[in-house]
Ligand binder design. Structure first.
Ligand code: THG
Length: 288
């Protein structure tokens, strides 16, 4: 089973057989003063630059999240989505916890964007899944519900199963559901990595759905975060993870994902691996 995401003239496949998809996370005001200011002042040049930089670094999809205090997401998100979709030819991942903002962005986004996200919570299932159906777009579903983020694998898989049932009932194809298997800071919870990897394996093998995760959190509060993040990406790939929300401008992240894919037989003739280095050389030649 594969998920198809589309930009204006581009197409990205998310599946267990094809190379791991990197969803660039940098257009998100969390912890970023400069980007927050740019969003508030509508300094679109700066924001577009961040999108271009991520694509050049190896992002296959660009996540767009404008959630911050003082920002009306349903007004700003569609505007930023439209401008980024005009500036870069990769698909967009529309990221908001507010269904009204998701819908406003869906209305203006070209291609077949990824909708990020619903959870297993009733209020989200009732509002976000119908949007995925109406606009015929794939959706990311977080494996948590009204009770919060489950500590154990069993409950996470059960939530994923519930979301799948609800989506299918609405006429959404299972191909169009990605499950976010959620990881917490490993410094605060020793079991979180194991639970995340076990959930990824089971979501993929038992439900036939594609696991994905936002990974920057895992190393929070520990020294040498890059080391933990890259190990997490490699181990996740071995457990069937199909996409990461990550920062591709950290070159070790992109390189680790490429190497892991190659070793797991997801990169025929090392085509992706070699093309990454060719592109890097070309950018160097152009003075970037
Ligand atoms: N799952 C899904 N979507 C998500 C998340 C997820 N969207 C949002 C988030 N989590 C993923 N995106 C980010 C964006 C930024 C950061 C982490 C995750 C981040 N920012 C640095 C900080 O806060 O310190 C800023 C550092 C910098 O300047 O580069 O960590 O889990 N489906």
């Amino acid at each position: 089973m594969k998920t198809i995401v589309e930009g204006k003239h581009s197409k990205v496949v998310i599946s267990s057989e094809t190379p791991t998809v990197i969803i660039g996370e940098r257009i998100n005001p969390t912890g970023k003063k400069k980007l927050t200011a740019a969003l508030k002042e509508k300094d679109f040049d700066f924001i577009i630059q961040e999108a271009v930089r991520q694509v050049e670094a190896g992002a296959h999809i660009i996540d767009v999240n404008v959630g911050a205090s003082g920002i009306v997401e349903e007004e700003l998100l569609p505007e930023v989505v439209k401008r980024i979709a005009d500036a870069v030819d990769v698909p967009i991942c529309i990221d908001s916890s507010k269904p009204v903002a998701l819908e406003a962005a869906l209305k203006v986004c070209p291609g077949r964007p990824l909708l990020n996200s619903t959870t297993g919570e009733e209020k989200n299932l009732e509002t976000v899944l119908p949007l995925a159906k109406q606009y015929n777009v794939p959706v990311i579903a977080l494996a948590n519900d009204e009770r919060g983020i489950p500590k154990d694998t069993e409950t996470r898989v059960a939530i994923a199963r519930k979301i799948l049932d609800r989506a299918v009932h609405l006429g959404i194809a299972p191909e169009d559901i990605l499950i976010d298997v959620l990881v917490l800071p490993i410094g605060a919870d020793t079991e979180t990595g194991k639970v995340t990897f076990d959930t990824a394996r089971r979501v993929s093998e038992e439900l036939g759905l594609r696991p994905e995760v936002g990974a920057s959190n895992v190393s929070h509060g520990l020294p040498d975060r890059k080391l933990i993040n890259t190990a997490f990406f490699a181990l996740g790939a071995a457990c069937g993870m199909t996409a990461y929300i990550a920062d591709p401008t950290v070159v070790e992240i992109t390189q680790t994902i490429l190497a892991a894919d190659l070793l797991l037989g997801k990169d025929e003739w090392a085509a992706e691996y070699i093309s990454f280095y060719r592109k890097k050389e070309a950018l160097k030649g152009s003075g970037k």
